[in-house]
Design a protein. Structure first.
Length: 223
């Protein structure tokens, strides 16, 4: 599961979006270190034969669902079932997005205790998460993040992780209609591409924000 992200480095995110020739939102950018579901995430999507960016609400409520069908919006889609689940099987065909972030958080559970970790890129400033979007009945853009099984390094913290795309795959992810190709992209990223830093309990509260969310705890990073 991926339920909290960090988008605080404007230049880093812009460098990622430069691969798609999408300008970021410099007049609207606000550093947010502890973004939770229902907040807005800037995402890149296909518009005709070009790339475009827009803010999308994190969490999808399928347009076909009856009232109270889902207790809360769907924030993640599992790569293993995304082609079959009614909530996602139409979206995966043509409504794929890239969500640029600087990192995401996950919590390691051990003997009733939870330890927060910030996962970020090893050799660059931002990560490109694979996602899906829809336009709601009210006309709002909504998104969710696709997850896959954890790689070896991430498995020390959690058994799931977001699908993280490499720059060479950005265009294929958004534009391709080849199911086999898309499936080949929805896999765990290489161990060496991420760094995992234990961080303070400050991030545990979703209402907390700011650089303190990234403050490292006394534990060692998982390189």
């Amino acid at each position: 599961m991926c339920g909290r992200v960090n988008v605080s480095d404007h230049p880093g995110v812009q460098q990622l979006l430069d691969f798609l020739d999408i300008p970021l939102y410099p007049d609207k950018f606000v550093s947010r270190y502890n973004i939770a579901p229902s907040a807005q995430l800037f995402s890149a999507f296909r518009h005709q034969q070009a790339f475009q960016g827009a803010f999308m609400e994190w969490g999808i409520l399928p347009n076909w669902a009856k009232p109270d069908k889902f207790p809360r919006p769907l924030i993640n889609a599992r790569s293993e079932t995304v082609w079959e689940k009614p909530s996602f099987r139409n979206l995966i065909k043509s409504q794929r997005i890239i969500i640029p972030i600087n990192g995401f958080y996950e919590w390691r559970r051990n003997k009733g205790q939870k330890t927060a970790h910030h996962i970020h890129a090893n050799n660059q400033s931002a990560l490109a998460l694979a996602g899906l979007y829809q336009i709601s009945k009210e006309g709002n853009m909504q998104c969710c993040i696709i997850t896959t099984s954890a790689n070896k390094k991430m498995s020390d913290v959690h058994d799931r992780m977001p699908v993280i795309l490499e720059p060479d795959n950005y265009t294929d992810w958004i534009m391709s209609n080849d199911k086999n190709l898309l499936d080949s992209l929805m896999i765990p990223c290489p161990n060496q591409s991420i760094v995992i830093d234990p961080v303070s309990t400050y991030v545990n509260n979703a209402s907390n924000d700011g650089p303190l969310c990234l403050q490292k705890s006394a534990q060692n990073s998982l390189f």
